[in-house]
Design a protein around this ligand. Structure first.
Ligand code: ZN
Length: 137
């Protein structure tokens, strides 16, 4: 696999409204997009740091995996996943599978910002939930 850069860091927060001022301070830039991703039951907010982004994830439902993650972390959340940008997610998934890496997504699906995304299982990625992203063409 040959990612071009870290696309974003996913950080789970109980409330985007509460967390946003800190990330605006930290990145020196305003939140430039807020988007609800229905099938993942999350609301996302984005900040830019060079070509890398910070993606805040707030659960929109109690059965969201993000809600469970926050609960496990004492209600505070924290770093949830690292997303690598690749040229072609489908190809990268094939490569990962051939290397014996366990996949969460067998095929790319649509994520926030119209990216095609897929997750690799933390069991195979040193416990770091890993996302692969492909920019819209
Ligand atoms: Zn992400």
């Amino acid at each position: 696999m040959k990612p071009t850069h870290i696309e974003h860091l996913g950080i789970a927060v109980p409330s985007i409204e509460e967390a946003a001022p800190f990330f605006e301070f930290l990145t020196g830039s305003p939140c430039y997009a807020i988007e609800v991703v229905e099938d993942q039951k999350v609301k996302t907010a984005f900040f830019k740091v060079g070509q890398t982004k910070i993606e805040l994830l707030e659960p929109t439902s109690e059965d969201s995996t993000i809600a469970k993650f926050i609960e496990k972390n004492g209600g505070r959340g924290g770093v949830h996943h690292v997303a690598f940008n690749v040229e072609n997610v489908a190809e990268a998934l094939k490569e990962a599978e051939a290397a014996g890496i366990q996949l969460i997504d067998k095929a790319p699906r649509k994520g926030a910002e119209n990216l095609m995304i897929a997750f690799l299982h933390p069991k195979s990625t040193k416990s770091v939930l890993t996302e692969l992203c492909e920019q819209p063409k």
